[in-house]
Structure formats: structure tokens, C-alpha cells
Design a protein around this ligand. Sequence first.
Ligand code: F0G
Length: 354
Amino acid sequence: MRYEGLLQTYKQYLPMNENTPLLTLQEGNTPLVRAENLSKELGLDLYFKYEGLNPTGSFKDRGMVMAVAKAMEEGSRTIMCASTGNTSAAAAAYAARGGLNCIVLIPNNNIALGKLAQAMIYGAKVIAIEGNFDRALEIVREITAKHPITLVNSVNPYRIEGQKTAAFEVVDQLGKAPDVLAIPVGNAGNISAYWKGFKEYYNAGKASTLPKMVGFEAEGAMAIVKGEPIKEPETVATAIRIGNPASWKTAVAAAEESGGQINYVTDEEILTAYRTIAAREGIFAEPASAASVAGVYKLKREGFFKGGETVVCVLTGHGLKDPNIAIKSIGQEPLVVKDTEDAVMEAIAKLEGA
Ligand code: F0G
């Protein structure tokens, strides 16, 4: 049967009515890939929810399709968001699809090139502020409160509604809820959305257990872990370079109610996990996504697991969003040689020795 997108598939769980357009770019329905090698290494039954395979390359498409459909239903002409890059790409794409105008505010020099390219090619008005994401979100909130423009950051409840469908898919794909759901935390909307989704599916009788929710901030942006906003957040994972998460309270509630935790990982741990999932599992996800895997390694070291648990790591965005960081983190360029068989054989020997 042809897949018809999130709004059609999960209609009964979403705030839909007969006036809500069935907007779709075939978002959702992303693979749950078993991490064969890391499962063995860690003594877990480990899976990746590979959200990088959404139409704009991140999980943001799930929330955005819902938020933009509701904006259309309400007769809005323009949507606006602050973004570290992925939200702006998704907003721009769904606005294009739905025939709306889109304005995005991004932190200057701090978003991955692929994300900027997306927002621009989809036709959004892209404005880079000399300030960080948190400041951009403040400005967007002020402007959308005063003007007839729909805010589509995850403080818009429809975003969370759309994003919760990822939890439904995880349960449908595993045939049960996982024991642990590991997820990167930036503005904290996604962990809140997953927890909402797991609870709703549980209450609907679709799963007989609930997972422990474990969320990971980047060390240089660990506002929730520290218990206070961070003025100048800094991390290699620009997607989660956020110092004052908007969904702070619901993220803490998700961790507490589920018996999980909000923890943090260092940039070094993030980059190690980033290279590991690519080199050992063949999965290329962006650095922020790798925070979930780095976090599972950390919990393993801390003795969190008994062994054998079913763990799902959410890989939130595609690695191709930020190719520069990939090449930089490998620390070498391709070897350039003469166009002869001998030169290539010599190069192979050299690389094998390396
Ligand atoms: N991973 C990626 C790839 C992201 O882009 C984001 C957030 C997160 C994780 C964290 O999710 O904010 O719900 O806790 N990106 C937002 C953006 C902030 O503007 O694209 P969260």
C-alpha cells in the first residue's frame, strides 16, 4: 500500500479535522536500523531510529507538517521560526509545499552549510542575526506576538503533536516499547514529544510498557543538567547549541516520570560516536544526533544497563547536512596521486600501513 504521510497515517492521534489539509512530503516512516556491531560491543539490543531519512533530512519534518497544515487551516499566510538549521529547512520546505511565506532567523556563522542551502533553495526569507539561537527565538516570539505570523518553533504545540509520531513508529517497528530511548536534547521539544507519544500509545493499548527516557545535552550547552540557562552555549554539535531550552520543564518531566535522566556528553564523545556509527554501522548522522549514541556509551560506562536491554537511539539528522565537519573530524583529505595503476597500488599500500 502506498504510504500517505504522517497526517493520514496517524490521523486519529493528531489534532485533525475535516478542514485540516493532508499536507505531506511523505515524512515519517523512517527505518529502525539494528546496530549489529555496537549491540555486540555494548551487550545491548541497540537500534537507530534514522530520522535523517525524512524529506528534509531531519526529524523536524514530523512536527512541521502538522504545524504548517494547522497554519493553513487557520488561514495564516506566513510562518516564522528561529533555528539552528534543521527547523528552518523543514519550515521552508513545508511552506513551499503549502504555498505560505516563510521567514527564518538563524545564528550567523553557526549553522551547517547544508541547512542554510535548504532554507534558501526552498525560498524562505533567511535572516542571520548576530546572536545565538536563544536570542533568535526571543525575537521570533516578540514579532509573532505582534504580527499575523504563525510561530512554528516547538513552542507551537502542533509541532510536538507531529513529532510524537516517531514514538508510535518505534513501537510499531519493534512490536513493543524499547526499554530505553536515548535522544539528543537541544531546545528539548523532541524528548517531550517522544514521551507524549509513548504515553499515548501505551494508553491506547498499543504497548504494554513505557521506556526510560534518557536525554543528552552537549557539555557546553548543558543548561538542564546544570539547572540554569547558559549565556554563551558552545558545542561542535551546532544543532543543539542552545542555552535556554524552551521545553525545559516537559523534558525534565519526561526524564523523571519515566525513570530516566537528562545527562550530558562532551564534544569529544559526540565526535567519537559520530565517526563510530558511520565507520562501524554504515550510518551517517550529523554530530548532534550522535549525542544519543555517545550518551549510551556513557551510561554503559556508568553501569546504567543490566545487559540485554532494548535501546533505541534517535539519530535526529542526516550527516550530509554538514559535510565539512565530517572531513574535519577525520583529519585527512583524500590522497592525490598520478593516474596510473602503479600510483594507485602504491597509495593503497600506503593507506593500509597508515
Ligand atoms: N538533533 C538535531 C539534528 C536538531 O536539529 C535538533 C534541534 C536536536 C537534535 C534537538 O532537538 O531541540 O527538540 O531538543 N534543532 C533545532 C533547530 C533547535 O532549530 O533545528 P530539540
